[in-house]
Design a protein around this ligand. Structure first.
Ligand code: F0G
Length: 354
């Protein structure tokens, strides 16, 4: 069997590359699809729930799928620099793939509103970091304006190659299940990823590889839920900083795919998001970041209510690794079973027996 060398090589027939394209890869994609064992029992429902653990990509999020394509094409087209606005994960991926390609990454991040792991990544990979006194949406507008005038390639999901790379997650799921799931649940910020998944499922559907596509379900954080409000949100807020977005870039595409797939949008409170994150870690041994938990938290609620019926196969995308945001994790585990004891045998025995 051939060595796995990343998703562009794996899916080159479905991607805009040719034999001369200089592929920039860190071995992204091919992430585990894990069948949940304990949460379905807790729900008391006969459902098959799988999580697609995108946190195991090279920089710890699904962004690597899009970034391998975007940076590959930027280099192919002769670009020496890339730029993005980011709530953290895109900046980490952009910085890493730029380092790999030997080009410069400029990243705009909202000051004080990105998780520490993500900031550490952008710094380590050597990006030029601009912390703005503003939010993601403002950063996004600035990046679009500057990319018009300066010799830098924009690598946010408005770059069409990003979604091309990200659609590969749907291919992997179909190949592994031997069919499309009935429901595919994702957290939604800019709605790029849900759009990319729908592209992937639709491509496999049209080419006859599967005979059905899933209903696409997008979950937002209640304080940052423009799809629920039906309009842009001015001051988005949520503990799930990855999806703290009020002006989604793939607004029209997302509404269209919702209609085509017969799916829906819904929203979760910060409390529901954190509860789902903890439950998944405690009951299944899977640690995702807060934004990612919106998918499983929302799915659990819709399974419980019967909106997602028994007998269904459900895939939830866990977009980012839990290690990205240690501060939020530790803050919500203040009642965890941790004791401080002396470094002697009796103290350890005592702690075990108590
Ligand atoms: N989950 C995580 C962990 C994310 O980082 C993002 C987006 C999303 C979900 C939402 O995906 O925007 O395609 O709907 N993060 C971007 C960033 C905005 O800058 O890292 P979407």
């Amino acid at each position: 069997r051939d060595r796995y060398t990343g998703l562009i090589n794996r899916y080159r027939d479905h991607l805009p590359v040719n034999d001369d394209t200089p592929i920039i890869s860190l071995g992204e994609g091919n992430t585990p699809l894990i069948r949940l064992k304990n949460i379905p029992k807790l729900l008391g429902k006969d459902v098959d729930i799988y999580v697609k653990y995108e946190g195991l990509n090279p920089t710890g999020s699904f962004k690597d799928r899009g970034m391998t394509m975007a940076v590959t094409k930027a280099v192919e087209e002769g670009s020496n620099a890339i730029i993005c606005a980011s709530t953290g994960n895109t900046s980490a991926a952009a910085a890493a793939y730029a380092a790999r390609a030997g080009i410069t990454a400029f990243v705009l991040i909202p000051e004080g509103k990105i998780a520490m792991g993500k900031l550490a990544q952008a710094m380590m990979y050597g990006a030029v970091i601009m912390q703005i006194r503003g939010n993601f949406d403002q950063g996004m507008e600035l990046v679009k304006q500057v990319a018009d005038k300066a010799p830098v390639t924009i690598v946010n999901s408005v770059n069409p190659y990003r979604l091309q790379g990200q659609k590969s997650a749907a291919f992997e799921i179909v190949e592994e299940l031997g069919r499309a799931p009935d429901y595919h649940c994702l957290p939604v910020g800019n709605a790029g990823n849900i759009t990319a998944h729908w592209m992937g499922y639709s491509e496999y559907h049209k080419s006859g590889i599967v005979n059905a596509a899933p209903k696409m379900v997008g979950y937002q954080a209640e304080g940052s839920a423009p799809f629920m409000r039906g309009e842009r949100v001015e001051d988005p807020e949520t503990v799930a900083t990855a999806i703290r977005i009020g002006n989604p870039q793939s607004w029209d595409k997302a509404w269209k795919l919702q209609e085509e797939s017969k799916g829906w949008f819904d929203e979760l409170s910060d409390h529901e998001i954190l509860t789902a994150q903890k439950l998944l870690a405690e009951k299944e041994g899977i640690f995702c970041e807060p934004a990612s938990a919106a998918s499983i938290g929302g799915a659990m609620r819709d399974i419980q209510s019967g909106k997602i019926p028994e007998g269904s196969t459900i895939v939830c995308t866990l977009t980012g690794n839990g290690l990205k945001d240690p501060d939020t994790a530790i803050a919500q585990c203040q009642d965890s079973r941790m004791v401080t004891i002396d470094a002697d045998l009796d103290a350890v025995k005592g702690a075990i027996l108590s």
